[in-house]
Design a protein around this ligand. Structure first.
Ligand SMILES: C[S@@+](CC[C@H](N)C(=O)[O-])C[C@H]1O[C@@H](n2cnc3c(N)ncnc32)[C@H](O)[C@@H]1O
Length: 259
């Protein structure tokens, strides 16, 4: 179910599969409506056609073994569109909503890592694990709105804290917040795959199950002996036996690997 976004062919990405299932189910329902009308003169009511399409899209997605949240999204997609059309909302609303979601999620369809924040309790748990005897270089890969980096940079002004984020809106917000609060934290807009992990003493990630194998490969190839990798919530299947520490924060695990 959680395959790696980076190594998947475009047509096998879950978002692309979901879109294809929407088109396929729409074509099936339109074909059925056309057949019923052409051969028996039966007109299918709009509501029934929309519900049928929603069920078909979810059923096909289940068959393609998409994750459960996709099934829910597949069910509400066309009914939501039709309901929106019935409300006669100005078309600019759709454009604005699309632009907002695009800037917030950017290439989630490829990385399979959407934005959701970790929060202050996780920042504090990570802060408690930073060595105090020397300055460190720390990076949050997929830094979102930058909360972790701003917090740590405030606590440890002698150390270097970097956030790297792909999506433009969270990255811009973190840059602006950093400027406004005169933070020493630094924010890059890029794919963390372009970063050299060997330059950091600590790498923190709050990504998704799909992203973990690629993260682990990169960490193993580049991180120096003695450096530390953290992952909040998501373990790395290949590296479970090498976990050095697990603490629980907000009911989820914070994993630590000593490289
Ligand atoms: C779950 S959020 C975590 C945000 C933040 N680290 C926190 O703890 O609140 C994951 C973030 O990683 C970003 N992301 C996903 N893949 C990325 C990549 N390859 N390079 C940089 N950022 C990425 C997403 O855009 C998203 O904002």
């Amino acid at each position: 179910m959680f395959e790696e976004g980076y190594s998947k062919p475009f047509l096998r990405l879950p978002a692309v599969q979901a879109m294809l299932m929407q088109f396929l189910s729409l074509a099936l329902v339109l074909g059925l409506m056309f057949g019923l009308f052409a051969f028996w003169g039966v007109k299918v009511p709009l509501l029934a056609a929309v519900l049928l399409q929603a069920i078909a899209a979810a059923g096909l997605s289940f068959w393609r073994r998409l994750a459960p949240w996709w099934l829910a999204m597949q069910m509400v997609f066309l009914p939501g569109l039709v309901a929106g059309a019935m409300l006669h909302l100005p078309s600019s609303i759709y454009l604005l909503a699309f632009l907002f979601l695009l800037l917030l999620y950017w290439s989630t369809f490829r990385t399979q890592v959407p934005f959701y924040p970790s929060g202050a309790a996780v920042w504090a748990a990570v802060a408690a694990q930073l060595p105090t005897a020397r300055p460190i270089r720390f990076v949050d890969v997929g830094s979102g709105f930058g909360g972790m980096i701003l917090h740590l940079a405030r606590l440890r002004p002698e150390s270097e804290f970097v956030g790297i984020e792909l999506a433009p809106l969270p990255w811009l917000a973190s840059r602006v917040l950093g400027r406004l609060t005169r933070s020493r934290g630094c924010f890059l807009r890029d794919d963390y795959q372009h970063l050299d992990f060997g330059e950091y003493d600590m790498v923190f990630a709050y990504l998704s199950p799909a992203a973990m194998p690629a993260l682990w490969r990169k960490a193993r190839a580049e991180m120096r002996a003695g450096s530390i990798l953290f992952s909040y919530e998501f373990a790395i299947r290949e590296a479970e036996s090498q976990i050095a520490n697990i603490s629980e924060v907000n009911g989820r695990n914070l994993y630590r690997w000593n490289m």
